[in-house]
Every structure is written in structure tokens, then in C-alpha cells.
Write a protein that binds this ligand. Structure first.
Ligand SMILES: NC(=O)c1ccc[n+]([C@@H]2O[C@H](COP(=O)([O-])OP(=O)(O)OC[C@H]3O[C@@H](n4cnc5c(N)ncnc54)[C@H](O)[C@@H]3O)[C@@H](O)[C@H]2O)c1
Length: 332
């Protein structure tokens, strides 16, 4: 059974494809390999999938809805796992139209492709984000909480994706599930995210910017836990006409200063911290209530930060011993 994975060259897409290939699925990957961060990393992620199974790759932009429709018509996927997006909270202040193109037009292209597949489509699963919960100091955040005050354009586009998906599920009796991921980290990760930039700078003996003087909390979630959650959801499709939403997070928020201390232990180096004010668009805290994932799929995360961070640092050291990389914009 064929599965179409958008954002296959991305961080989460790469790991999801590896998992699906290991399970014997035929995977059709799509990505535009855009230069938001070093495309060489995206190419290397794709290269790492070679030999894992039946994988084909199509370089195209989701905003090109005719090309997406052609691909869906040619491949007739039973399932679509839609992970492509313009990610990053802070960059949405710099290049808002990239978010409109990938997250609004691009998401609509996927919904239209799903609509055209009609009864041949068993399930559409797409990535939303914890950012839809807005700037809240207290958690945990539940799927039923109000989400009408996004703190960034990125968050607003992700919320818009949820609303468009709910409408398409109802109007065209499509089975759709949206997953609100909480700060994902791990090997093959994203150079624009704080865990990567901190690791890079700590290892280079350079200072790190600590926003809101460290009074930020994040529910850091290890990539393997994200992928096992995605896998569990893929195995239990929504009903036709149903739109479901689930948090996938670690359910254990960590203060930024504690996170840095854990990274110091994982790297064996001391961080040079430069305290900075809160960044526009950032939120104070993320904290996933995961009772719905537990109830419906028996899923729970199993990787503590103290165990996951050294896995990332080992991978990072290995990669940077052979590759150069570009710094990113700094989302946490
Ligand atoms: N990593 C996290 O912490 C996190 C947290 C919450 C939500 N998410 C969401 O999860 C999904 C995957 O995130 P990720 O961390 O793997 O990000 P990523 O940037 O590594 O991967 C996204 C991929 O989508 C591709 N892409 C972007 N716009 C495209 C377009 N118009 N057409 C085709 N391809 C396009 C990019 O080239 C990239 O390879 C995204 O939807 C993101 O918003 C991620």
C-alpha cells in the first residue's frame, strides 16, 4: 500500500519515511528542498533512506496544486502523511509569504488531492503544532482548549490548516487526523532550532543567547517518540467525514536553563550564557496533555531528555566532523 509523505526531506519526514520503509510500505516522498536551512542536510536525509525499501522521491512545491494533483493521480496513495510546511516561529516575522505559500496554499493542495482521491483515500494525517495554543504560561494544553489567539503567523497558519481540514473532512467525507507536535529534537534535526544552535555554539566555545532570561519552558519530545505516535495514528484511521486532533508531546516541560544544563552534561562543556529579552512571536511555555493519545492509541513517550539529548549530540558530533552547516534563525 502506497503512502505519500510530504516534507520527506525534512527532519520528521526523514524519520517517518525510515519507519514506514522498515515496515515494508511503499513510500512516495515529496519535498521542494527549499533553502530555509541548508538544503545539503535535506539531500543527506534523503540519501540516508536509500536501501531501506521501496522509496521514490519527487521534488515539487506543494503550492503547485496541479503538480500535486498529477502526482496523487499517478500514484493513487491509500494514505497521505503531510509533514511539509514552512516551519519556525521567528522566521514568520521575516518572510510571512513563505508561510502563506507552504502552509496555506500548500495545505490546500494536499486537501484537494485528498478530495480527488475520494473513497480511495484511507487516511490523511497532517502536522499541526503546539504553537496553536498561543502564549500561555500554564499547562497542560488539551486538544479541547480554546485556540483562537495564536502568537505568530506560523501558529495562525497551522490553526488555519486545522480549520481547513475540518471543513474538508465534513464537506467531502474525508478521514483526517491532525497532530500537534511539541518541540521535536533528535538526530537529523533542524539547524534553525535552539537545541541545534546551542549545541553548535557550546561545542565551539561561543556564547549562546538565552531568551526571556531563561524563563521559558518547552515540552521537548524525542523524534523516536514522535514517529511512534505518528505510526500509531496511521494504523487507526479516522472515520470518513471525521477530523481528529491529537497532541504528541513529552508531557514533561523543561525550563530553558535546565535544558541548557542537560546539554552541558551531554556535551561535557560549559555554556557561555547571554541573557536576552523575550523574542516577538515566542511563547512562554508548551506542555502537552497526552491523555487522548493514550486513550485512543495506547501511546506514550518513552525517552527522557537526559537520554535523548546525548543521542542528538553524538549524531551532531559525527555529522559536523565531516560536514559544514549554516546557522539558522533560532526557534525553540
Ligand atoms: N520540529 C518541530 O519541533 C515541530 C513542532 C511542531 C510542528 N512541527 C511541524 O511538523 C512538520 C515537520 O517539521 P520538521 O521539523 O520536519 O520541519 P522541516 O523544515 O525539517 O521539514 C519540512 C520540509 O517541508 C519542505 N517544504 C516546505 N515547504 C514546502 C513546499 N511548499 N512544498 C514542498 N515541500 C516543502 C521543506 O523543504 C522541508 O524539508 C511541519 O509541518 C512542522 O510545522 C514541527
Amino acid at each position: 500500500m502506497t503512502i505519500l509523505v510530504t516534507g520527506a526531506a525534512g527532519f520528521i519526514g526523514r524519520h517517518a519515511c525510515a519507519r514506514l520503509l522498515a515496515a515494508g510500505r511503499r513510500v512516495v516522498g515529496l519535498d521542494n528542498l527549499n533553502p530555509y536551512y541548508d538544503p545539503a542536510l535535506k539531500r543527506d536525509r534523503l540519501a540516508s533512506l536509500a536501501g531501506l525499501g521501496d522509496f521514490s522521491f519527487h521534488r515539487l512545491d506543494l503550492a503547485d496544486h496541479a503538480a500535486v494533483a498529477d502526482l496523487a493521480r499517478a500514484e493513487r496513495p491509500r494514505t497521505i502523511l503531510h509533514l511539509a510546511a514552512q516551519a519556525g516561529v521567528r522566521y514568520s516575522l521575516q518572510d510571512p509569504f513563505a508561510y502563506a505559500q507552504s502552509n496555506l496554499t500548500g495545505h490546500l493542495s494536499v486537501l484537494e488531492a485528498a478530495r480527488a482521491l475520494g473513497g480511495g483515500l484511507e487516511h490523511l494525517v497532517y502536522a499541526s503544532s503546539s504553537s496553536v495554543y498561543g502564549n500561555r504560561a500554564e499547562g497542560p494544553f488539551k486538544e479541547t482548549d480554546p485556540v483562537d489567539a495564536p502568537a505568530s503567523l506560523y501558529a495562525a497558519t497551522k490553526r488555519a490548516d486545522e480549520l481547513m481540514s475540518a471543513t474538508y473532512a465534513r464537506l467531502y467525507t474525508l478521514p483526517i487526523t491532525g497532530l500537534r507536535f511539541f518541540t521535536v529534537y533528535g538526530p537529523w534535526g533542524r539547524p534553525d532550532m535552539a537545541y541545534w544552535m546551542f549545541t553548535q555554539k557550546i561545542l565551539a566555545g561561543e556564547p549562546i543567547d538565552v531568551f526571556n532570561e531563561g524563563r521559558l519552558k518547552r515540552d521537548f519530545t524525542f523524534i523516536d517518540d514522535i514517529v511512534s505516535g505518528v505510526d500509531a495514528v496511521l494504523k487507526s484511521p479516522a472515520a470518513r467525514g471525521e477530523h481528529r486532533l491529537y497532541n504528541i508531546g513529552n508531557n514533561d516541560p523543561v525550563e530553558l536553563l535546565d535544558f541548557i544544563a542537560a546539554l552541558e552534561r551531554a556535551t561535557g562543556r560549559k555554556a557561555i550564557k547571554v541573557m536576552k529579552p523575550m523574542q516577538p512571536g515566542d511563547v512562554l511555555s508548551t506542555f502537552a496533555d497526552i491523555s487522548a493519545m493514550k486513550r485512543d492509541f495506547g501511546w506514550a513517550p518513552t525517552t527522557r531528555l537526559a537520554d535523548g539529548l546525548p543521542v542528538f549530540v553524538d549524531w551532531y558530533r559525527e555529522r559536523t566532523s565531516t560536514h559544514a552547516h549554516a546557522p539558522g534563525a533560532g526557534s525553540i
